[in-house]
Structure formats: structure tokens, C-alpha cells
Write a new protein. Structure first.
Length: 373
């Protein structure tokens, strides 16, 4: 390795853990990895793939729906916690407002902000959801019409869309979007088990914040949760240990092979307790959570480095926890050069100590400052 920028530690690779060195190329990619199979000796530094978060509403006091340069501030906050790539996630709102936000996000998807995570595009969460299962979404849900969806997609890259499949016409929309290369997720839904199975047969690829804002599992009415547990290859889940009980997380891990984790983070992430915006809602951060005035959970304050620690705390091996924060979301969106440490992949690296405290972040080879906490 001739590159002078070399990171040493226990490296998570496709071949397993290696004790050795990872070289960062001048082109922002991994120039090479050298080492030997990891021994039982004490670890001082772990080198893991950068985290990929496919559900981010805000952070650092800023909400994606503010438009303008909000995405830059949000991406910088999450990068300081190890997120090297993300999807900016919208809220349900009038179509005109969503159009304005997408137009503002478009240039940020083309050009990464210095010190910020790479925006892989937009996760359109709403407005094509069931008005009877809004969760913390504003009451602006509407039925999807393909021409309208295509107009939105023309404004910014939209690789992921959440919708409720039971709404009339949505099954046809799922097929059309899937054929166009969009990942469609089932969420904010009152649909039945049968609706979920039918949506998967039409091409739906996953489930939005599994267990939350969908019909639950009952042994005589399996609901949308039952459809996910019985049939899904992919689903996202919020591991803040508030949205989903650890026992339910472990159930999902046993049932869904490539379950991946997201933060569903809000403007309150990385901020002190207080009042913040979530789309058109005012939300309160207190006691580690974010809630509407009626007590409804409204996104989270989670960051991906804490998500990793949470997964390990409930019993996941570190390598598996890492896969669910990096490899699986990258594969879900078809990014073969992200979410893994391998020669030629983007040099997105998080460096952590033996207690999984974040030490360094490298984003496409750029060294970033990390959060103080």
C-alpha cells in the first residue's frame, strides 16, 4: 500500500474480521485492505462501513420540509454520528409544498455538502398513505395518481416511496413504480394481511418502520405485521428501544432475513429537550423521545451510532448489527459500492473504540469531525 492515508484496526470485510490496515485512495475509494484473520486479542479500534440511513426527517434543529439548505444541515449532523449516506425523507403535506421541497432537495442530491452525508435521493413518505393511520403525519393524505407521482419524481431522485396498498388504485401504482425501478414500501396502512401479500406480489419491496403505523399481528388476523413477518425479505425498523420492544425486534430479526434499521430522526436529533418542527407539526423532545401533544411518538432522536449500540445491547453480534445499518440498506437500493469495506468501494468508514464510541468518520475518503457525545 503506497497511499499514506492508512487506517489500522479490526476491519469488517466480506471475508469476516481482519486485523490489519485499510488504505484510503485519493479518489475517495478504498485502495486496498491487508491483514490477517482476527485473533482473540483485545480490540482497540473497529473499522466498520459507514452507516446508511434510508429514513431521515431532520437533525440539528432543522427539518427537511423547511426546504432551502435544510438538507445540508441535516446531513452534517448525521455525518458526525457516522451516517455516510442517507435519504432525505419528506412528510405528508399538500402536493404544492412537496413539490417545492423536492425542487430544493434536487441540487443537494447531485452535489454532496462539505462535511455532510451523501444524499442518495428522497424517501417520499406520504402523502399516499391511509388517513386513518397517520401516526405523526399531518392530515394531508391523498390517493396516488401515477401522473402526479411522475411529476414529483421528475423534480428530484426518489428511489423510495411509502404508500398504503389498500387505497383504491394503489396496487396498480405499486406495479408501475416497481417497473420504473422505484422501491415501494408499505406503511401508514390499515391494510390486512391479504393486502400486504397482494402488494408484495405486485412488487412492493419492504415495510416502513415495521410495527409502527400499521395493522398489528393477531393469530386470527395477522395484519400487515403478519404479512411482513411471513413474507418480507426487507423491512425497515427503528431500534431506539422506544418504538419497538427488544422482544419484537428479535422476532423480526428471526423472520425477515435482511431487516435493516433506520433512525426516523427529526429536527430534535442532536439537540436539547424542547419544541421542534416535524413538517407542519410542533413536537416536543423529552426523556429521549419525540412526541405530539397527545403523546403520539413522532419520529425519534436516534442517530445511527446509537442504533448500533442498541442492537449490540440486545444481543446482536457486532458484525450483524453493522450489516443491518450499512450492507443491507445499500443492497436494498442497489448500491454495490457502499455499505461494505472492500477494494474499490467508496471509502465510507466509521472508526469505533472497544466500547463502540465513535472515534472517526471518513466519508468518501474525507475525514470528518465527530459528535462530542
Amino acid at each position: 500500500m503506497n497511499d499514506t492515508r492508512v487506517l489500522q484496526g479490526r476491519i469488517l470485510t466480506d471475508a469476516g474480521w481482519l486485523d490489519g490496515a485499510l488504505a484510503l485512495g485519493a479518489d475517495g475509494r478504498v485502495a486496498g485492505i491487508e491483514g490477517r484473520l482476527a485473533s482473540g486479542r483485545q480490540v482497540e479500534r473497529y473499522l466498520l462501513p459507514g452507516f446508511i440511513d434510508l429514513h431521515v426527517h431532520g437533525g440539528g434543529g432543522v427539518d427537511i420540509m423547511e426546504g432551502g439548505n435544510a438538507a445540508e444541515a441535516v446531513s452534517r449532523l448525521h455525518a458526525r454520528h457516522g451516517t455516510t449516506a442517507m435519504l432525505a425523507t419528506t412528510m405528508t403535506a399538500p402536493i404544492e409544498e412537496i413539490e417545492t421541497v423536492l425542487a430544493a432537495l434536487s441540487p443537494h442530491c447531485r452535489q454532496r455538502a462539505a462535511g455532510g452525508a451523501r444524499l442518495l435521493g428522497v424517501h417520499l413518505e406520504g402523502p399516499y398513505i391511509n388517513p386513518g393511520k397517520l401516526g405523526a403525519q399531518p392530515d394531508d393524505a391523498c390517493r396516488a395518481v401515477l401522473a402526479q407521482v411522475e411529476r414529483l419524481r421528475a423534480l428530484a431522485p426518489v428511489p423510495l416511496i411509502t404508500l398504503a396498498p389498500e387505497i383504491p388504485g394503489h396496487m396498480d401504482i405499486i406495479r408501475a413504480l416497481t417497473d420504473a425501478g422505484v422501491r415501494v414500501q408499505i406503511g401508514h396502512t390499515l391494510g390486512s394481511y391479504e393486502d400486504g401479500v397482494a402488494a408484495l406480489e405486485q412488487g412492493a419491496a419492504g415495510f416502513t418502520h415495521l410495527f409502527n403505523a400499521m395493522t398489528g399481528l393477531h393469530h386470527r388476523e395477522p395484519g400487515m405485521v403478519g404479512a411482513a413477518l411471513a413474507h418480507a425479505e426487507y423491512a425497515e425498523l427503528i431500534p431506539d428501544l422506544l418504538h419497538v420492544h427488544p422482544g419484537a425486534i428479535r422476532t423480526a430479526l428471526r423472520a425477515i432475513p435482511r431487516l435493516y434499521c433506520v433512525t426516523d430522526s427529526t429536527a430534535a436529533s442532536g439537540m436539547p429537550d424542547g419544541q421542534y418542527k416535524l413538517g407542519s407539526h410542533s413536537v416536543t423532545k423529552c426523556m429521549g423521545g419525540v412526541r405530539l401533544a397527545d403523546g403520539t411518538l413522532a419520529g425519534s432522536t436516534l442517530t445511527m451510532d446509537q442504533a448500533l449500540r442498541n442492537l449490540v445491547s440486545i444481543g446482536l453480534p457486532l458484525a450483524e448489527a453493522s450489516h443491518r445499518l450499512s450492507l443491507y440498506p445499500a443492497d436494498y437500493l442497489g448500491h454495490e459500492d457502499r455499505g461494505r469495506l472492500a477494494e474499490g468501494a467508496w471509502a465510507d468508514v466509521v472508526v469505533m473504540d472497544a466500547d463502540l464510541n465513535l472515534l472517526d468518520v471518513y466519508l468518501e475518503g474525507e475525514h470528518l469531525a465527530v459528535a462530542d457525545v
